[in-house]
Design a protein around this ligand. Sequence first.
Ligand SMILES: [Zn+2]
Length: 174
Amino acid sequence: PWIWECVQLEMKRRERYLEEHNITRFSQNTEANPFSSKIICGECNRAFARKGWRTPNGDRKVWQCSERYKVKGVLGCGNRHIYDETLIEIYLMAWNGLLECREMLVPEWERKMQGVNLLERFRAMDFMEITKDARPIKELDIDLMLRTVDYIKMFEEGMVVTVFLDGTGIEWKN
Ligand SMILES: [Zn+2]
């Protein structure tokens, strides 16, 4: 019964997430675009969208705030763009960073495992398990990323914060 309760809480959490960032629905195609709806603008709180760009170095995938050109030709949100490869690097750094400070996080997870919030309890147990004896990763593991990342927030001045589903945030500065 407590897992059923967790699922209800998780569904509510996702609903709130969509509403907060003005997203219509989560992508079904996570294999092709795993970061879809997970990149959030630190300036206007809307989601980033991925586009293909033709550059002198070939076609590249780039992420931009979905509010950038809400009205055609008019610049909306002025936040910067980020390339897909950079995003993956930031994610890898954040996950490996979390693994590195696991010892510091364990007491917090243990506290949450005793708490009244069942979803927090579930996440804490999950993080405890996934990070146990885990080695740093060098490549994007989509299932692991989807299981652990809440969102990645991009700020104008070069700061990026990866927030994991246990509540841990890891900063990266350009
Ligand atoms: Zn924005």
